[in-house]
Design a protein around this ligand. Sequence first.
Ligand SMILES: Nc1nc2c(ncn2[C@@H]2O[C@H](COP(=O)(O)OP(=O)(O)OP(=O)(O)O)[C@@H](O)[C@H]2O)c(=O)[nH]1
Ligand SMILES: [Zn+2]
Length: 342
Amino acid sequence: MTRRRLSQRQIERIKAIQERRRAHLAARCEQALAECEAETLPEEGVVLVQHGLNLLVEDAQGRLARCLARQNLGEIVCGDRVIWQRLPDGQGVVIALLPRTTVFNRLDAEGRERPLVANLSRLLILIAPEPEPSVLLIDQYLLAAECSGIVPILVANKMDLLAEPSEHAEFQGQFAHYAAIGYRIFWVSARHPASLAPLIQELIDQTSVLVGQSGVGKSSLVKALLPDREIQIGRLSEATGLGRHTTSAATCYRLPQGGWIIDSPGVRRFRLGHIDRQAVEWGFREFRDHAGLCRFNNCRHLEEPGCAIRQAVAAGRISPLRLASFHRLLEDCERQALPGGT
Ligand SMILES: Nc1nc2c(ncn2[C@@H]2O[C@H](COP(=O)(O)OP(=O)(O)OP(=O)(O)O)[C@@H](O)[C@H]2O)c(=O)[nH]1
Ligand SMILES: [Zn+2]
């Protein structure tokens, strides 16, 4: 994705406008709270939609309320658990942000990390026989999940395209090294709902997002997993007053079997942000047992003598494809760390 870079002056101007708007809304929140404090009790809720400073919060009974957030709570995003207080007009004010179990960040126009979605527990990495899977992209998503404490799951969609058992076996064989290091893989077809049953079981009570290359079937799978998505969108758009804009913001949808799917174009385009070298090494889970055994403690696992990772590759315990991805991702992260890197 190419990102249009804003000039420093444009960024300053946008920030000043945002700051004025935030201060104005915060003042309104405080005034509204002062007027209602005695009448309502604070309650817990989940942020289903975040659109700028407007939040749509669902309470424990499934009722929706448009909320603004008190100042100094930091950025509140889709998936956040919050404490909020209902105002007499039915709208609400978020007064506290509950601790996040996980957070996915995005890079803003200035290259700084900002939260994108919170409290995810599953990252569904979609692949398909078509378009041809990118092992590097899969490894990048796995790394992002490992570094964020989110359980990654590979979902191979469009399996109906492989008519012959031999084609199935060949395709599945390409991903055997992921299963060997403990990653779960589901073989599904968004066109055949019965094939989704084991995946649906896995998603119960979890908060999941779907990511993957263009054309792997993310939209199709979201629709198949959420048969009432249109109804949910209608309900949320009505509550936010934002019409269909709701779907461009990160949105939390309820799975019929329990649990949530968070989806939006921004979430689907999610890519790994800034991470350091140690995180890259730690994020390749099968390297963990070996990396400390290299002769040099700053070993890059390239040409160095006494490299335990390369020995493990030679012995068939680590996939050479994974080592190749490791080197590419390490290069990327070192380039980002340079002044002027993006
Ligand atoms: N045969 C088959 N085709 C599928 C399946 N799932 C999706 N497709 C088709 O694959 C194409 C891409 O599907 P989308 O759901 O739009 O894929 P996407 O990942 O959302 O694509 P982007 O919006 O570009 O990111 C469409 O023509 C779908 O009909 C499947 O399980 N089997
Ligand atoms: Zn080494």
